[in-house]
Design a protein. Structure first.
Length: 192
């Protein structure tokens, strides 16, 4: 992880709210830019674009952090509510919302050094942007379009339950720099 990015992560736990806002903006900008370049061709497909709420998509940048960093950031930001994460998923998480539509999902593993997705990410890569999340009107339909028109297979064969009653699926998408970006599509639970 680069030093400026490491500093931005550290500044998310600053006692100075302006430092936290600046850090959140930098993390969000970098995460969103990487994902944006990886999925830029998705917006040309009209149905998919509509499902992803274009022209103003709801985007959240997900940071995987060590438990200590997670705790410091949570305390510095007023101890936000922990999300209700399904027990079969290796994650604890909370959301941070800042002005200018800056949304971060702060994640850590339940089992450091374990075999879950967040634990593996932290072991292999360290702290950083683990995923970029896009709200979606219908994850099942978007998944079908991505398979049929873009040849992108979902991580899970079927949409599954995510945190706080959402429905989710994930897509590992090639980025222009030769890396990969994990994109999460999530659908809010209906409040019928």
């Amino acid at each position: 992880m680069s030093s400026p990015f490491a500093q931005s992560i550290a500044d998310l736990s600053s006692a100075d709210s302006s430092k936290r806002l600046a850090a959140a903006g930098e993390v969000y900008r970098l995460g969103r830019a990487t994902a944006g370049s990886a999925i830029s061709d998705w917006w040309a497909e009209s149905e998919l674009s509509a499902l992803l709420l274009a022209p103003n998509p709801a985007v959240t940048v997900g940071l995987a952090l060590q438990r200590e960093t997670f705790g410091r950031i949570r305390i510095a930001n007023g101890t936000p509510r922990l999300a209700d994460v399904p027990p079969d998923q290796d994650a604890e998480e909370f959301e941070l919302h800042f002005p200018q539509e800056i949304h971060l999902d702060i994640l850590t593993t339940r089992e450091p050094g374990g075999s879950g997705a967040i634990a593996k990410y932290l072991t292999k890569i360290g702290e950083g942007v683990q995923q970029v999340e896009y709200r979606c009107a219908n994850v099942d339909r978007a998944t079908q379009i991505l398979k049929d028109k873009f040849g992108i297979a979902p991580v899970y064969p079927a949409t599954r339950h995510g945190s706080d009653g959402t429905r989710v699926n994930f897509f590992l998408v090639a980025s222009p720099d030769g890396g990969k970006v994990l994109i999460e599509l999530y659908e809010l639970h209906s409040r019928g």
